[in-house]
Design a protein around this ligand. Structure first.
Ligand SMILES: Cc1ncc(COP(=O)(O)O)c(CN[C@@H]2CONC2=O)c1O
Length: 492
């Protein structure tokens, strides 16, 4: 008889009880209970099971192309050419020139000259020529030099954030300052790393403003409990709150970091999602830091960017980068070492980073179409953001700050005592209870404010403004109707 036959029980080696407890503790609300339930509703609709709505609207995630946003034509032309290099051969030249503009063909050839095959591993830090293009983009944007050797291409900004936080968290008493409300990539990653989140609160009454008094309060409070705070995360423009920092405020933040000896982690993935460019233009922390002179020379700063946002929305390709400023050379080597364990970021994602930072220029064959597509997406985002903000602010018990940037609105909702009691009865946070009811009634999937953190006793939810323009009015009306019915059902 085989030894294995004698094993009667099928006890699993790995269970929730004995798995890594820090992984178990991690939560990521953007794809939590509401998102999971929305997927189930989508399947039921596909099976013909009826619901009071025809389709599920995923407003829980900034995923533009999942809501019919079209990709930028030039980007996909180049991506398709590098994917099938035979199209670039002399024998196919006539056919290809009928299908593709000359600048897309030229760009694809140039990329392949640097890359060889997109099926090959690339340099672990990312393809050198693409990092040079990123450096050129950064120095052109900021007016200060950027060094390609301090730029790392990544599988989306998420991978860059996770890698750099992993570098910083030496032990479980290391604190990382995070905004409340915050994008849950940060709390989830800190949970996995068994680090201490050190929350600082954005001021909703001041357009989600951030003061250095609040930063200092948070830092000092953590220090009192023995936490060694080593970094400050700033998301600018904000997710979920959409605020865009003023240059003056940014200088104060850099000074705070310098005074308290903390690394500044600048999440700038929404740097082109700027909807009030006159009143609140985007400034990079790299530019602000370099403009502050020699006193701040050596301040450690890591800035993150991504192809998932902006007018590009190529989320699924997983492309992005982070730039290190003021970091010790030995740390740059360690970052390279960690990057090399994963071999390399995917090459199509790297190519999309190159296209993001080096798009068609005036005079190029594709420039007119590129600019037309880019502007159309931008103006549509501006108008949908405003329309949804106005819808929210027209609803009983809602108050919603405008979105200076990013892709989200984060309204506060005043729920009745009856609704709060019903939520308690259902063992749900009030905003989670409200969002579940909205999902059941309309098919619209939001993310409850409790998933981002909020001032105790308040209730919010986050919505994208990404439903397609042709469905946007219907989307707004369905939310308004749901809300009226909900408020009447639970009126005190
Ligand atoms: C502030 C912020 N940083 C980083 C990321 C990660 O982006 P990558 O796709 O480059 O890894 C996101 C994604 N935004 C998530 C995804 O969609 N909705 C969100 O809140 C984000 O909002």
């Amino acid at each position: 008889m085989l030894a294995s036959d004698s094993k009667q029980d099928n006890k699993k080696v790995l269970t929730r009880d004995n798995m890594n407890p820090h992984v178990r503790a991690a939560e990521y609300a953007v794809r939590g209970e509401l998102a999971i339930k929305s997927e189930k509703l989508k399947e039921e609709l596909a099976q013909g099971i009826s619901h009071p709505f025809k389709s599920v609207v995923a407003c829980n995630i900034g995923n533009p192309q999942a809501l019919n946003q079209k990709p930028i034509t030039f980007f996909r032309q180049v991506a398709s050419l590098v994917e099938y290099p035979d199209l670039l051969s002399d024998e196919n030249a006539e056919l290809t020139s009928k299908l593709y503009p000359s600048d897309a063909i030229a760009r694809a050839k140039l990329l392949l000259k640097h890359i060889g095959s997109i099926g090959a591993y690339s340099h672990s830090q990312g393809i050198p020529q693409i990092r040079e293009d990123v450096a050129k983009f950064i120095s052109g944007r900021d007016g200060y030099p950027a060094d390609a050797s301090k730029i790392y291409l990544t599988q989306g900004a998420s991978a860059g954030v996770q890698l750099t936080l992993q570098m910083i968290v030496e032990h479980s008493n290391v604190g990382i300052m995070i905004p409340i409300p915050q994008y849950p990539l940060y709390t989830a990653t800190l949970a996995v790393l068994n680090a201490k989140p050190v929350p600082y609160y954005l001021d909703e009454s001041k357009g989600w403003g951030l003061t250095t008094e609040e930063l200092q309060r948070s830092f000092d409070e953590a220090a009192k409990s023995g936490i060694e705070t080593r970094a400050l995360v700033i998301i600018n423009p904000g997710n979920p709150t959409g605020q865009c920092l003023t240059e003056e405020n940014m200088r104060q933040i850099v000074d705070f970091c310098h005074t308290n000896k903390v690394i500044l982690l600048a999440d700038e993935v929404y740097q082109t999602n700027i909807y009030m460019p006159e009143e609140r233009p985007f400034h990079s922390f790299k530019k602000v830091l370099k403009s502050m002179g020699s006193k701040y020379e050596g301040q450690e700063l890591i800035s993150y960017h991504s192809i998932s946002k902006g007018m590009i929305g190529e989320c699924g390709r997983r492309g992005g980068y982070f730039e290190c400023e003021g970091m010790d050379t030995s740390i740059l080597e360690e970052i390279y070492k960690i990057s090399s364990i994963s071999l390399c970021p995917n090459v199509q994602g790297q190519i999309m980073v190159d296209l993001m930072v080096n798009p068609p220029k005036k005079g190029d064959a594709s420039y007119a179409l590129y600019q037309k597509e880019y502007d159309a997406i931008y103006h549509s985002l501006v108008s949908r953001a405003k329309k949804l903000e106005d819808t929210f602010n027209s609803m009983e018990g809602y108050s919603c700050n405008s979105a200076d940037g990013a892709m989200y609105l984060f309204p506060q909702i005043q729920l009745s005592k009856k609704a709060v009691a019903a939520a308690k009865e259902a063992n749900k946070a009030p905003d989670q209870f409200y969002c579940l009811a909205m999902l059941d009634a309309t098919g619209v999937c939001m993310v409850a404010g409790s998933g981002f953190g909020q001032v105790d006793g308040t209730a919010h939810f986050r919505s994208t403004f990404l439903p397609p323009p042709e469905l946007f009015d219907e989307f707004c009306s369905s939310i308004k109707k749901f809300h009226n019915d909900f408020m009447n059902k639970y009126r005190d």
